[in-house]
Write a protein that binds this ligand. Structure first.
Ligand code: SF4
Length: 201
């Protein structure tokens, strides 16, 4: 049996790494407070994902494909689903479907890398890369699982685990990302900052 690398008593959802990298406060609201609100972006994303997941499993040309597969790592204490796992010429890799293009937070790359860590443990093979597929552009972006990305993925994983264990709420900080966030109305980061400034004055 593989020895755990980290304190894995608290299992971490693979998707939570994506949300934490985007905004730690959003991750806390979703995975500690159990809050989720849809907006136009999330509804479109869910609809597109549902369409992908109805396509089934099997071979496409020379590529074996399995959709919506559960992944798990005892070593890292990770669990979650991959949209698609493919195997081609002996190489296995995960593919994550996203609504739009790559954003500056690299949160999708972290999610795919976490899927790769699970696949490595489940298959006993080294997984060198994965892909993020944009449902808008129909383009695949290759994500190399280099040392830097692997280290960052484990760092974010540990930060999420600590948040889950302590329940401590990261602050809501207003940034550009807030404009597309479905939790904005319940979070009101600008108003929170204004109140904090008023108190300090
Ligand atoms: S509105 Fe901004 S600060 Fe609040 S959860 Fe969303 S991204 Fe985070």
């Amino acid at each position: 049996m593989t020895e755990p690398l980290v304190d894995t008593l608290t299992e971490v959802a693979i998707a939570s790494l994506n949300h934490f990298a985007y905004c730690p406060h959003r991750c806390w609201r979703m995975f500690c407070a159990g809050e989720f609100v849809d907006n136009a972006y999330t509804i479109e994303g869910t609809t597109l994902h549902d369409r992908v997941h109805t396509l089934g499993e099997g071979f496409r040309d020379e590529t074996w494909q399995v959709r919506s597969i559960w992944l798990k790592s005892e070593r890292y204490g990770l669990v979650g689903k991959a949209d698609l796992v493919e195997s081609q010429a002996g190489e296995i890799y995960p593919v994550e479907y996203k609504r739009g293009r790559r954003n500056p937070w690299d949160n999708d790359a972290l999610q795919v890398c976490a899927q790769g860590l699970c696949l490595e443990e489940m298959t006993g093979s080294s997984i060198a890369k994965g892909y993020v597929y944009s449902l808008q552009s129909h383009q695949r972006q290759e994500i190399l699982f280099d040392e830097t990305l692997r280290r960052k993925t484990v760092e974010i994983l540990e930060a999420v685990r600590q948040m889950l264990q302590t329940g401590e709420m990261p602050p809501a900080v207003y940034e550009k990302r807030c404009r597309g966030c479905s939790l904005y109305d319940g979070c009101l980061p600008q108003a929170v900052a204004k109140v904090a400034r008023y108190r300090e004055a």
